[in-house]
Design a binder for this molecule. Sequence first.
Ligand SMILES: [Cu+2]
Length: 144
Amino acid sequence: MQILLKRATQHFLLLLLLSGQQSFAEFSEQSVLSANTPKGISIDIFSEIAPLDINRIHSWQLRLTDMQGSPVSNAQIELVGGMPEHDHGLPTQPQITAETEAGIYLLEGVRFHMPGNWQLDIKLSYESDSAGLTTETIKIEFQL
Ligand SMILES: [Cu+2]
C-alpha cells in the first residue's frame, strides 16, 4: 500500500511537471523560414511543427533582428498569406499575441490546408534609429 501510494505520488509529480511544460510552447531549434527586408531586418521563423505540415493548427515564433544583430522590439506585425496559383488565402487569420522576449513574437493560429506553393506577406512597422517609424512588407514563398 505504501509503495503504491509512493508510485501514485511520483506519477502525480511527473504529471504536474509535464503539464507545467505544456504552457510553454516548444519551437524548432532551426528556423523553418527566414528572409531579410530591403532595409536589413532579418526575420527568422521557428515553428511548433517542424518541418511544416498541412492541416495542423500551431504557433510560430518570429525573431526580428536588425543589421547589427540587435532585437527589434515593439514592432507591429501583420501576416497574410495564401496560394497564388489557387487564388485563395490562409484558412485562418494568424495573430501576433505577444512579444515574449525582446524581438521575439508569438504568432498563433497558423494552419495550411493544402500541399503546394504558399506565399506569406509579412508587414512590419518598427522604430529605426536612423529613419524613425519604418514600414516594410516582406514576401516569403515556400512549398508544402
Ligand atoms: Cu490551394
